[in-house]
Design a protein around this ligand. Sequence first.
Ligand code: HEC
Length: 139
Amino acid sequence: MRERRLLATLVVVAVLGVAPAQGPGAAAPAPSEAEAPAAGAPAAVPEEVMAQGQELFEANCAACHAIDGTGAVGPALADPERVRVEADVIRQVLRGSLYMPAFAGKLDDEQIASVITYVRNSFGNGFGPTTPEAVAEHR
Ligand code: HEC
């Protein structure tokens, strides 16, 4: 008898727990997510650039800045203030600094542009794309 009651309780809990997820509209996106970007929002970033940038970031940067940009030996890049000024980020990646290697001799303009685009549009940052031309200006 006790076991039966326990079973009945479990069934009730399971049904209550599952029911809301099956309710109408459960999978509908929140209305705000469907809205178009506001005027003045940064230009859209091509998916393939982000994919290349992510690959390069994970191979060249994540050891020091962490895979999620929260920082380790290097400072957190999941912080808009640190990556806001595009020219500063380009110079930092090209030339490096005391504890960061220079990438000017290791990556070409397109690769540097995509890794910077990735960093400036991930981890809560959203500054739009960096072009290879912009990188070339700082060589
Ligand atoms: C060996 C560790 C290391 C690697 C690898 C590395 N960084 Fe850094 N990075 C640092 C450190 C440390 C700093 C802080 C400045 C300094 O002390 O040199 C920094 C600073 C930065 C900054 C400036 C942040 C600020 O506050 O101004 C950016 C942007 C940056 N790194 C991006 C990158 C990117 C992109 C890559 C990969 C292409 C990379 N880093 C690879 C260690 C590293």
